[in-house]
Design a binder for this molecule. Sequence first.
Ligand code: CO
Ligand code: CO
Length: 330
Amino acid sequence: MRYRLTQYTHGGGCACKIPPGELETVVAGLLRPDPPAGAAELLVGLDDGDDAAVVRIDGGQALVLTADFFTPVVDDPYDWGRIAAANALSDVYAMGGRPLVAVNLLGWPRDVLPMELAREVLRGGLDVARDAGCHVAGGHSVDDPEPKYGMAVTGIADPDRLIRNDAAVAGLPLSLSKPLGVGVLNSRHKATGEVSTEAIESMVRLNRDAAQAALAAGIVAGTDVTGFGLLGHLLKLARASNVTAVVDASAVPYLVGAREALRDGYVSGGTRRNLDWVRPDADLSAVDEDEALLLADAQTSGGLLLAGEIPGAQLIGELVPRGQHILVIR
Ligand code: CO
Ligand code: CO
């Protein structure tokens, strides 16, 4: 029997994230507890919802910590494992860090799905972590009505060379290292079984090279594009940096088939929530609703969005002084 993993979950990938507005309400007031005396200096915390936590350690280095897990975005267990690992590792790269060690996080409906499939998921994660030069050392698993997989990753960074989401300045170009569209293509895959090879190749690709290029180019501001979509993550970056982000809609790259998938109605609830969340702060008058939905498409293991230019990434707009809107699409 062939199992279609996407049929064992209500939502898929980063599209099943808790919506950004809801999350901010929940954590409001939980910010900035007084640290105990002698605690290590927290360089990046919860304040602006950056990609990972960063703490200064002895020896002039910083530890980067993140965890990411989600339900199946594709039917194939090995591919899902690879995608989930690339996505979890991405938050370390998005801070300008290098992953050192990861632990697995696995939820598995052991009465419903064979454990051999879980093994394939873990094998996929292991292969991607090995490519990243990152150890995988154990983890935690629970019996869960829906399959879930991801990793908690610890990396290291130079505290003076972090890539933050609150350090962008007006005058810089915006670039994006992977095309958009995996959200609509994954929705179509869940509904029809049709596989997009391009989407899978994009999701399993590490953001390592883009991060190295960003550091080499002296870039200090950026993030990765995941569940909140390009518009959601860009809004967070522009808001935290007190600038306005201008996106050239015609310059944004998409995967083959993304427009058709959108036209055929394969839009996740997460994507609609992303667009609704940015709407009050955005001038979307230059594009129609379909184009706006594509720009808000919830990504899984998306590329780096950088305030600056690197080889191989597409220029998609620029940062300007804060105006009436935090986001402008032109
Ligand atoms: Co991130
Ligand atoms: Co994340």
